[in-house]
Design a protein around this ligand. Structure first.
Ligand SMILES: [Zn+2]
Length: 112
């Protein structure tokens, strides 16, 4: 098993095996990071990495996890962004008596 030298912010250079390291690649942007638990301080270390570093780690046998951006990012956005006034109005609506009954009666919307 190959040895991987990495660096922990608190401990400096540490030596790991390929089994101790995991690569994460975003399927949308193809940006990669790698992570490991520091053998000295036991804290999780997560670092961005250039594609050539990711390729090296993967070719050495490091496990790869692909992940995607949250589906909400692809949803169409309609209307103006929520403002502080909207948030305040929502807060007052939630403090009002029977707000939940209003939501049920309004089919999921608060009636004004
Ligand atoms: Zn450490």
């Amino acid at each position: 098993m190959a040895t991987v030298r990495a660096s922990c912010a608190g401990c400096g250079d540490v030596e790991l095996t390929t089994r101790d390291v995991q690569v994460q690649v975003c399927t949308a942007t193809e940006e990669g990071t790698y992570s490991f638990v520091c053998p000295n301080c036991r804290l999780m270390v997560n670092k961005p990495a250039e594609p050539r570093v990711i390729e090296l780690l993967v070719s050495a046998g490091v496990r790869v996890v692909n992940w995607d951006l949250p589906a909400e990012l692809y949803e169409p956005k309609l209307g103006p962004p929520i403002s502080y006034d909207d948030l305040l109005a929502f807060h007052f609506e939630l403090n009002a008596e029977g707000w939940f009954d209003q939501v049920i009666a309004g089919g999921g919307h608060l009636a004004n």
